[in-house]
Ligand binder design. Structure first.
Ligand SMILES: Nc1ncnc2c1ncn2[C@@H]1O[C@H](COP(=O)(O)OP(=O)(O)OP(=O)(O)O)[C@@H](O)[C@H]1O
Ligand SMILES: [Mg+2]
Length: 256
C-alpha cells in the first residue's frame, strides 16, 4: 500500500522549472531514495511534501489526504517529519531541549493546566522528558543530552535533527542528505540507524549523495534530473540505467 503518492507536482521559481510534473509513490514500510545531480529539484520535492512550498500544480497525498496548501504544523501532526539539508537546530539550546521542541506537537496540556501545573500536566511533562531522552538514546546521543547543539560535531548535529524529527512521532520521515558531513564510521552507524527507524514502522524517504549508502539501504530509487523523474526502480536496475549513468557523467564525484 502507498503511504505517499505524489501526482504531477510542478514548481517554478520565476522562469526556472525546479520540479517538472513529478509523480511517484512511497510504499508503507519502505526505505526509498531520491537521487539526482546537484540542482535536480530533490530538496524542492521535499519542501512540497512538507508544506514549506506550495506547488503550482499537482497533489501530494499522504495517508489518503492531499497535504498541498496545509500549514507545516498540520502536516507534522498528520505524521510527516523531516530533517534539513542545511541543519536547522536551536544552536544555543542543548540537545535535550532541541528534541523537546519536537515533542511539543504531541502535548495535550492547555494553557490552564500549564499555568497551574496540574498533576496531569506534571505527568505529561515527565512523559515528554522521558520520550525526548529515549529519542536521544535511540540516535546515540544520550550522554550528550546537556551539550549545546552547536558544540556537537556536524555528524552529531545531523543525528540530533533526526531525534527531534522522531520525537514528533511520525509515520513518515524524510531525510535531506543525512550523511552530509559524516565520516565513514558515522555513515556506517547512520545506515544501522535508518534501518532501526524502519523497524519502528516508520517509512523513510531520503536524499543522499553517498551512493554506497543509498545502494545499501534503499529498496527503491527515484532519479531526478532537471526537475523531472528520469528513472525509477531497485538499486541494481538504476545503477545500470543508461539515462542515469549519463545524468551523472561529468559530476565531480565518482557517484555510481
Ligand atoms: N527558493 C528558491 N528560489 C529560487 N530558486 C530555487 C529555490 N529553491 C530552489 N531553487 C532552484 O531550484 C532548483 C532545484 O533546487 P533544489 O535545491 O531542489 O535541488 P537539489 O536537487 O536539492 O540540489 P542539491 O543536490 O544541490 O541539494 C535549483 O536550480 C535551485 O537553484
Ligand atoms: Mg538539495
Amino acid at each position: 500500500m502507498s503511504l505517499v503518492e505524489l501526482k504531477n507536482l510542478t514548481k517554478t521559481f520565476g522562469g526556472l522549472l525546479a520540479v517538472n510534473d513529478v509523480s511517484f509513490s512511497v510504499e508503507e514500510g519502505s526505505i526509498v531514495g531520491l537521487i539526482g545531480p546537484n540542482g535536480a529539484g530533490k530538496t524542492t520535492v521535499f519542501n512540497l511534501i512538507t508544506g514549506n512550498y506550495i506547488p503550482d500544480t499537482g497533489e501530494a497525498i499522504f495517508d489518503g489526504k492531499d497535504v498541498v496548501g496545509m500549514q507545516t504544523h498540520r502536516i507534522v501532526n498528520l505524521g510527516i517529519a523531516r530533517t534539513f539539508q542545511t541543519i536547522r537546530l536551536f544552536k544555543s539550546l542543548n540537545a535535550l531541549e532541541n528534541v523537546l521542541s519536537g515533542c511539543h506537537c504531541r502535548m495535550k496540556s492547555g494553557v490552564f493546566a500549564s499555568m497551574f501545573r496540574t498533576p496531569a500536566q506534571r505527568a505529561e511533562e515527565k512523559r515528554v522528558l522521558e520520550k525526548a531522552m529515549s529519542e536521544l538514546e535511540f540516535v546515540g546521543l544520550k550522554d550528550q543530552w546537556d551539550t549545546q547543539a552547536d558544540s556537537l560535531s556536524y555528524g552529531k548535529q545531523r543525528l540530533l535533527e533526526i531525534a527531534r524529527a522522531l520525537a514528533t512521532e511520525p509515520k513518515f520521515i524524510i531525510l535531506d542528505e543525512p550523511a552530509g558531513g559524516m565520516n565513514d564510521q558515522e555513515t556506517q552507524e547512520l545506515i544501522e540507524l535508518i534501518k532501526a527507524i524502519r523497524e519502528r514502522g516508520i517509512t523513510v524517504l531520503l536524499i543522499e549523495h553517498d551512493m554506497s549508502l543509498v545502494m545499501k539501504i534503499c529498496e527503491h530509487l527515484i532519479v531526478l534530473e532537471y526537475g523531472a523523474v528520469i528513472a525509477e526502480g531497485d538499486p541494481e536496475t538504476i545503477k545500470n540505467d543508461p539515462r542515469v549513468i549519463e545524468a551523472y557523467l561529468g559530476a565531480d564525484d565518482d557517484l555510481l
